[in-house]
Design a binder for this molecule. Structure first.
Ligand code: FES
Length: 228
Protein backbone atom coordinates (compact mmCIF):
# COMPACT_ATOMS: atom_id res chain seq x y z
CA UNK A 1 0.00 0.00 0.00
CA UNK A 2 1.26 3.48 -0.84
CA UNK A 3 2.47 5.44 2.16
CA UNK A 4 0.92 8.91 2.41
CA UNK A 5 3.61 11.60 2.01
CA UNK A 6 4.53 13.61 5.09
CA UNK A 7 7.30 15.94 6.18
CA UNK A 8 8.87 15.78 9.61
CA UNK A 9 11.07 18.69 10.66
CA UNK A 10 14.07 17.62 12.70
CA UNK A 11 15.66 19.74 15.44
CA UNK A 12 18.39 21.87 13.81
CA UNK A 13 18.44 19.36 10.96
CA UNK A 14 16.78 18.48 7.66
CA UNK A 15 13.22 17.87 6.51
CA UNK A 16 12.54 14.14 6.61
CA UNK A 17 10.19 13.24 3.78
CA UNK A 18 8.39 9.93 3.91
CA UNK A 19 6.18 8.42 1.22
CA UNK A 20 7.10 8.81 -2.42
CA UNK A 21 6.25 12.26 -3.69
CA UNK A 22 6.69 14.08 -6.97
CA UNK A 23 9.80 16.31 -6.90
CA UNK A 24 10.54 18.94 -9.53
CA UNK A 25 12.01 22.35 -10.13
CA UNK A 26 9.65 25.32 -10.67
CA UNK A 27 11.05 28.46 -12.26
CA UNK A 28 9.44 31.90 -12.16
CA UNK A 29 8.91 33.18 -15.73
CA UNK A 30 8.47 36.94 -16.15
CA UNK A 31 6.44 38.83 -18.77
CA UNK A 32 7.70 41.54 -21.14
CA UNK A 33 7.61 44.04 -18.26
CA UNK A 34 9.70 41.85 -16.01
CA UNK A 35 6.73 40.98 -13.77
CA UNK A 36 6.32 37.39 -12.58
CA UNK A 37 3.81 35.76 -14.91
CA UNK A 38 3.88 31.95 -14.96
CA UNK A 39 5.71 28.91 -13.63
CA UNK A 40 7.80 26.51 -15.68
CA UNK A 41 8.21 23.03 -14.29
CA UNK A 42 11.34 21.01 -15.14
CA UNK A 43 13.45 18.13 -13.77
CA UNK A 44 10.45 16.05 -12.77
CA UNK A 45 11.25 13.01 -10.64
CA UNK A 46 10.07 11.31 -7.49
CA UNK A 47 11.57 11.18 -4.02
CA UNK A 48 12.58 7.77 -2.68
CA UNK A 49 10.37 6.11 -0.05
CA UNK A 50 12.15 8.27 2.51
CA UNK A 51 14.74 11.03 2.19
CA UNK A 52 16.18 14.03 3.99
CA UNK A 53 16.00 17.44 2.30
CA UNK A 54 18.48 20.15 3.27
CA UNK A 55 17.15 22.87 5.60
CA UNK A 56 20.39 24.66 6.55
CA UNK A 57 21.21 25.71 2.97
CA UNK A 58 24.78 24.42 3.11
CA UNK A 59 24.60 20.84 1.84
CA UNK A 60 26.91 20.02 -1.06
CA UNK A 61 24.28 17.60 -2.32
CA UNK A 62 21.19 19.85 -2.54
CA UNK A 63 18.32 19.37 -2.38
CA UNK A 64 19.36 16.46 -0.16
CA UNK A 65 20.99 16.72 3.26
CA UNK A 66 24.63 15.67 3.53
CA UNK A 67 25.00 16.22 7.28
CA UNK A 68 26.61 19.68 7.03
CA UNK A 69 24.04 21.14 9.49
CA UNK A 70 25.93 19.38 12.29
CA UNK A 71 29.29 20.83 11.29
CA UNK A 72 27.99 24.40 11.07
CA UNK A 73 25.90 24.19 14.24
CA UNK A 74 22.75 25.12 12.33
CA UNK A 75 20.05 26.82 14.41
CA UNK A 76 16.77 25.68 12.89
CA UNK A 77 14.51 26.92 15.68
CA UNK A 78 10.93 27.11 14.45
CA UNK A 79 9.63 30.59 15.21
CA UNK A 80 6.51 30.75 13.01
CA UNK A 81 3.10 31.06 14.62
CA UNK A 82 1.15 27.86 14.23
CA UNK A 83 -2.23 29.49 13.65
CA UNK A 84 -4.83 28.45 11.07
CA UNK A 85 -4.62 30.66 7.98
CA UNK A 86 -8.19 31.95 8.08
CA UNK A 87 -7.79 33.05 11.69
CA UNK A 88 -4.44 34.77 11.19
CA UNK A 89 -4.87 36.50 7.81
CA UNK A 90 -6.47 39.81 6.87
CA UNK A 91 -9.50 40.02 4.61
CA UNK A 92 -9.72 42.53 1.75
CA UNK A 93 -13.28 42.88 0.48
CA UNK A 94 -14.23 43.17 -3.18
CA UNK A 95 -17.62 42.98 -4.89
CA UNK A 96 -17.32 39.31 -5.91
CA UNK A 97 -14.13 38.17 -4.19
CA UNK A 98 -12.55 38.36 -0.77
CA UNK A 99 -8.75 38.30 -0.75
CA UNK A 100 -7.09 36.90 2.37
CA UNK A 101 -3.52 38.03 3.05
CA UNK A 102 -1.00 36.73 5.60
CA UNK A 103 1.96 39.02 4.96
CA UNK A 104 4.56 37.12 7.02
CA UNK A 105 4.35 34.25 4.55
CA UNK A 106 5.61 36.42 1.66
CA UNK A 107 8.49 34.85 -0.28
CA UNK A 108 8.85 37.75 -2.72
CA UNK A 109 7.72 35.84 -5.82
CA UNK A 110 6.02 39.02 -7.15
CA UNK A 111 3.06 37.50 -9.05
CA UNK A 112 0.84 39.90 -7.07
CA UNK A 113 2.53 42.89 -8.81
CA UNK A 114 0.79 42.08 -12.10
CA UNK A 115 -1.40 44.88 -13.52
CA UNK A 116 -2.77 47.03 -10.72
CA UNK A 117 -1.84 44.36 -8.16
CA UNK A 118 -3.89 41.56 -6.61
CA UNK A 119 -5.35 43.77 -3.83
CA UNK A 120 -6.72 46.42 -6.26
CA UNK A 121 -7.85 43.74 -8.70
CA UNK A 122 -9.89 42.20 -5.87
CA UNK A 123 -11.49 45.55 -5.11
CA UNK A 124 -12.49 45.73 -8.79
CA UNK A 125 -13.63 42.12 -9.00
CA UNK A 126 -17.06 43.19 -10.27
CA UNK A 127 -15.27 43.49 -13.65
CA UNK A 128 -14.79 39.95 -15.08
CA UNK A 129 -11.21 40.55 -16.34
CA UNK A 130 -10.11 42.01 -12.99
CA UNK A 131 -11.71 39.08 -11.17
CA UNK A 132 -9.94 36.59 -13.42
CA UNK A 133 -6.57 38.32 -12.91
CA UNK A 134 -7.05 38.51 -9.14
CA UNK A 135 -7.74 34.77 -8.99
CA UNK A 136 -4.79 33.97 -11.27
CA UNK A 137 -2.24 36.17 -9.49
CA UNK A 138 -3.30 35.01 -6.02
CA UNK A 139 -3.27 31.41 -7.24
CA UNK A 140 0.31 31.78 -8.50
CA UNK A 141 1.52 32.88 -5.05
CA UNK A 142 3.59 29.86 -4.00
CA UNK A 143 3.42 30.37 -0.25
CA UNK A 144 -0.34 30.70 0.02
CA UNK A 145 0.13 34.17 1.50
CA UNK A 146 -2.68 35.29 -0.82
CA UNK A 147 -5.87 33.30 -1.34
CA UNK A 148 -9.00 34.49 -3.16
CA UNK A 149 -12.37 33.42 -1.77
CA UNK A 150 -15.67 33.47 -3.60
CA UNK A 151 -17.66 36.17 -1.83
CA UNK A 152 -20.97 34.34 -2.15
CA UNK A 153 -19.96 30.79 -1.25
CA UNK A 154 -17.07 31.85 1.06
CA UNK A 155 -15.05 28.99 -0.41
CA UNK A 156 -11.33 29.41 -1.28
CA UNK A 157 -10.48 29.40 -4.97
CA UNK A 158 -7.35 27.26 -5.07
CA UNK A 159 -5.29 26.03 -8.04
CA UNK A 160 -5.41 22.26 -8.46
CA UNK A 161 -2.17 21.12 -6.86
CA UNK A 162 -1.43 17.44 -6.55
CA UNK A 163 0.81 16.26 -3.73
CA UNK A 164 4.25 17.46 -4.76
CA UNK A 165 7.40 19.27 -3.69
CA UNK A 166 9.12 21.77 -5.97
CA UNK A 167 12.44 23.59 -5.73
CA UNK A 168 11.78 27.24 -6.56
CA UNK A 169 14.13 29.06 -8.93
CA UNK A 170 14.01 32.84 -9.40
CA UNK A 171 16.36 33.71 -12.30
CA UNK A 172 15.34 37.36 -12.33
CA UNK A 173 16.71 37.77 -8.82
CA UNK A 174 19.50 35.29 -9.60
CA UNK A 175 18.59 33.06 -6.66
CA UNK A 176 17.10 29.74 -5.68
CA UNK A 177 14.10 29.81 -3.40
CA UNK A 178 12.22 27.65 -0.94
CA UNK A 179 10.72 24.19 -1.06
CA UNK A 180 7.23 24.59 -2.48
CA UNK A 181 5.07 21.98 -0.79
CA UNK A 182 1.72 21.42 -2.44
CA UNK A 183 -1.40 19.35 -2.06
CA UNK A 184 -1.82 19.49 1.74
CA UNK A 185 1.18 17.29 2.55
CA UNK A 186 1.30 17.25 6.37
CA UNK A 187 4.26 19.10 7.91
CA UNK A 188 5.11 18.31 11.52
CA UNK A 189 7.30 20.50 13.73
CA UNK A 190 10.31 19.03 15.50
CA UNK A 191 8.21 19.15 18.68
CA UNK A 192 5.57 16.90 17.12
CA UNK A 193 2.90 19.53 16.43
CA UNK A 194 1.41 19.56 12.96
CA UNK A 195 1.12 22.79 10.99
CA UNK A 196 -2.18 23.41 9.23
CA UNK A 197 -2.15 21.28 6.06
CA UNK A 198 -2.52 23.72 3.17
CA UNK A 199 -2.69 23.45 -0.58
CA UNK A 200 0.50 25.55 -0.90
CA UNK A 201 3.21 26.33 1.61
CA UNK A 202 6.86 27.30 1.19
CA UNK A 203 9.49 25.91 3.53
CA UNK A 204 12.83 27.68 3.98
CA UNK A 205 15.82 25.84 2.56
CA UNK A 206 18.42 28.62 2.72
CA UNK A 207 18.52 28.31 6.50
CA UNK A 208 18.13 32.06 7.07
CA UNK A 209 14.39 32.72 7.38
CA UNK A 210 13.23 34.51 10.53
CA UNK A 211 9.91 32.69 10.25
CA UNK A 212 11.08 29.07 10.18
CA UNK A 213 10.01 26.60 9.00
CA UNK A 214 8.44 28.94 6.44
CA UNK A 215 10.34 31.03 3.91
CA UNK A 216 10.22 34.79 4.49
CA UNK A 217 12.06 35.90 1.35
CA UNK A 218 15.51 36.17 3.00
CA UNK A 219 16.96 33.84 0.32
CA UNK A 220 16.96 36.89 -2.01
CA UNK A 221 19.00 39.01 0.43
CA UNK A 222 21.51 36.23 1.11
CA UNK A 223 21.68 35.27 -2.61
CA UNK A 224 20.94 31.62 -1.91
CA UNK A 225 21.90 29.28 -4.71
CA UNK A 226 20.97 25.66 -5.13
CA UNK A 227 24.22 25.10 -6.99
CA UNK A 228 26.62 26.03 -4.18
S1 FES B 1 14.40 29.83 1.31
FE1 FES B 1 13.34 31.72 1.50
S2 FES B 1 14.04 32.52 3.41
FE2 FES B 1 15.11 30.61 3.25
Amino acid sequence: MREEPRIQITKDGPYLVSGKVRLSRETIIVDENGVSDTWEETEKSETPESCALCRCGKSSNKPFCDGTHEKIDFDGTETAQNEPYERSSQAIQGPTLVLRDKAELCVGARFCDKGIGTWELTKHSGVPLAKEMAIQTAGNCPSGRLVCYDKETEKPIEPACGESIALVEDPQEGVSGPLWVRGKIPVESCKGKEYEPRNRVTLCRCGKSSNKPFCDGTHVTVKFSDKK
